[in-house]
Design a binder for this molecule. Structure first.
Ligand code: ADP
Ligand code: MG
Length: 241
């Protein structure tokens, strides 16, 4: 379980996260939604220890993450933009990452196989299309069977076949006692893949509910419409004040 309490982050004068309070429970799946620049990636990077927050505490399985990086072994991360050494070949990247782990007994190479990356072992990273880079990133995120999966816009840039492969993989893994945190702008993907929605705007969480409850409350069948309906209601409430 991940808990985020009173998290704040500024970049210069720009307040990107404002007293964020949210829990991500073990075995649950979360869609993180919000306009561009609302702070989704920054929140994810704080959880990963890649951005150091100004205020607040993050715990993973009860332990504060500050100054103890061992929790990162529990997390598989697919970045929004995967950056790799230009001259390395796909195969070398996988070998290098594999070698970082001592326990190599439970490797999950499904995606490497299904994305046909084995056949592309000798291609250098700088020659790859954006979609192929995303395939490498997705395969790396799943490689060590981590309990916590954080996927930042995982389907962006993937071709339709690859999107389906990745979605199938997420669905297959979701029940296995894992936590998923996924950001995307594609509501239909999130509707299929997750059960909870955390909505962020200008660095604040505006709501955090199960998708079922959100749909029930708004009378909408689709996640996108349900969110639009809540946003409209929020706007009306704000006008009243
Ligand atoms: P999202 O993922 O929701 O699109 P981000 O978390 O990437 O949003 O960005 C939130 C805001 O913080 C944006 O205005 C972005 O320009 C700014 N930002 C993100 N990272 C940095 C950084 N390292 N330095 C300065 N500003 C940043
Ligand atoms: Mg982002």
């Amino acid at each position: 379980m991940i808990t985020v309490s009173n998290l704040g982050k500024k970049f210069g004068k720009l307040e990107v996260l404002k007293s964020i309070q949210v829990d991500f429970n073990h075995g649950s799946s979360y869609a993180m939604i919000g306009p561009n620049g609302s702070g989704k990636t920054t929140l994810i990077k704080c959880i990963l220890g890649m951005v150091i927050p100004d205020t607040g505490i993050i715990t993973v399985n009860g332990k504060p993450i500050a100054n103890d990086w061992s929790y990162r072994n529990l997390i598989g991360y697919m970045p929004q933009i995967g950056r790799y050494p230009d001259q390395m070949k796909i195969g070398q990247i996988f070998d290098m990452i594999r070698d970082l782990r001592q326990d190599q007994s439970h490797m999950d190479e499904d995606l490497i196989r299904e994305f046909k990356l084995v056949q592309m072992r000798d291609k250098r990273m700088h020659t790859l299309s954006g979609g192929t880079r995303q395939k490498v990133s997705a395969s790396l995120a799943f490689l060590f069977n981590p309990r916590i999966m954080i996927l930042d816009e995982p389907t962006a840039g993937l071709d339709p076949i690859a999107v389906e492969i990745l979605k199938e993989k997420i669905l297959a893994e979701k029940n296995k006692d894992r936590t998923f945190l996924i950001t995307s702008h594609i509501m239909s993907d999130l509707d299929e893949l997750t059960s909870n929605v955390v909505y962020l705007e200008e660095g604040r969480i505006l709501f955090n509910d199960t998708i079922d409850l959100l749909k029930e409350e708004t009378g909408e069948v689709k996640l996108g419409k349900a969110i639009a309906s809540v946003m409209k209601r929020n706007l009306k409430d704000a006008e009243k004040v």
